[in-house]
Design a protein around this ligand. Structure first.
Ligand SMILES: NC(=O)c1ccc[n+]([C@@H]2O[C@H](COP(=O)([O-])OP(=O)(O)OC[C@H]3O[C@@H](n4cnc5c(N)ncnc54)[C@H](O)[C@@H]3O)[C@@H](O)[C@H]2O)c1
Length: 350
């Protein structure tokens, strides 16, 4: 096995201006990696790079390069790989809004699958065959049993966004079958929430948030009237859906742990990244109310199509193999999300 040092290792982070990508870039720079971000800013603000500089300091920030480009633009990606000696790719770039994906399937399949195909081809042509892909617990669908291990079966997705995760996983597995030099890690995220503890970076969704936490945060800051709880008649302790929420900084550190573990390996491995604990929608509203010091109003609505009753992860494999486990709990996730939202009520552009 080659044991290279971070300072000798250049990581291309696609979608590195986004929510999870930006937090991962901070952790990589703090660990001493060279980082190149490619992002088309379709769902991000360039201002995030000033925030990254503030967090990591000027010396570490010198090791970061931002290229504004679409990952599906082959010429632009060829130029990136010609200019930088890229060792590994962490591939976040893609569209992620579940509801929007139902309305815009062509855009979702085209962007998520199309950009991954171009990326993999350009990587191969430049002799870089090491990639971490942002997958999702949605590939497990409605689980037969909990907690979910990496061996739990994949189930049909319920929307185009979920299908793209499902298919890209299979595409990347096929690369390893065809060419055993490929080194692929599929990270299945559970529900990333929270924000950087500095209050300088966080989730900044455009339009109406699709996910619970940014919605709750916008209610807390007065941008929206009440939280919508979709279904209170599920077979769970309080009737609302249960998910495994993970602090975005823990998730980001999971990528760095995976990268260190991958160095010099080949093959394909899957890891769940969660906390192993389920939390209900009402518990989240309560925890966020405690964080912001005010009871947040909510209204109960009918169940949403495609939502599962409950899921949470078994994270034993990540702990034993990668030496990684989540450190933050729900109260820290809500504290940091509130800190970010209250300091930046309208996100980066506010
Ligand atoms: N946030 C979640 O709940 C969650 C859960 C599971 C998986 N994921 C996956 O993790 C990844 C990152 O998620 P996120 O929450 O940070 O989303 P995000 O939208 O904040 O980040 C994605 C980034 O990719 C960029 N992008 C999109 N298409 C691009 C393209 N063709 N070329 C270049 N840049 C492009 C966007 O501008 C954005 O900065 C996504 O692939 C997402 O599907 C997210």
């Amino acid at each position: 096995m080659i044991n290279t040092q971070p300072k000798d290792t250049c990581v291309l982070v696609t979608g590195g201006a986004g929510f999870i990508g930006s937090h991962t870039v901070v952790e990589l720079l703090q660990d001493g990696y060279e980082v190149v971000v490619v992002d088309d800013l379709s769902n991000a603000s360039e201002k995030v790079f000033d925030r990254i500089d503030q967090i990591v300091g000027d010396d570490a920030a010198e090791h970061l390069t931002f290229v504004r480009a679409d990952v599906a633009d082959r010429d632009a990606m060829d130029a990136v790989f010609d200019e930088f000696d890229i060792d590994h790719v962490i591939h976040f770039a893609g569209y992620k809004a579940v509801g929007e994906s139902v309305q815009k399937p062509i855009e979702y399949y085209s962007n998520n699958i199309g950009n991954t195909l171009v990326l993999a081809d350009v990587m191969r042509n430049h002799g870089c065959k090491s990639i971490i892909f942002s997958s999702s617990a949605t590939v497990y669908g409605d689980p037969d049993s909990l907690p979910l291990t990496e061996e739990s079966p994949k189930k049909p997705a319920t929307n185009p966004s979920g299908w793209t995760k499902w298919m890209i996983e299979e595409m990347l597995r096929s690369l390893v079958v065809a060419d055993p030099e490929w080194n692929v890690v599929l990270l299945r995220y559970f529900n990333p929430i929270g924000a950087h503890p500095s209050g300088l970076m966080g989730e900044d969704p455009k339009g109406i948030p699709n996910n619970l936490l940014p919605y709750v945060a916008q209610v807390a800051v007065g941008r929206r009237d009440a939280v919508h709880v979709f279904g209170d008649d599920y077979d769970t302790p309080d009737g609302t859906g249960v998910r495994d929420y993970i602090h975005v900084v823990d998730l980001a550190r999971g990528h760095v742990a995976a990268l260190a573990w991958m160095d010099g390996r080949t093959g394909c491995e899957v890891f769940n990244l969660g906390t192993g604990t389920g939390t209900s929608v009402l518990e989240i509203i309560k925890a966020f109310s405690a964080a912001c010091g005010r009871e947040l109003p909510y209204v109960v609505e009918p169940r949403r199509a495609g939502d599962v009753t409950a899921n949470w992860a078994d994270c034993t494999k990540a702990r034993e193999v990668l030496g990684w486990q989540a450190e933050f709990g729900i109260s820290e996730m809500c504290r940091d999300a509130w800190n970010w939202q209250s300091n930046n009520p309208f996100g980066y552009e506010g």
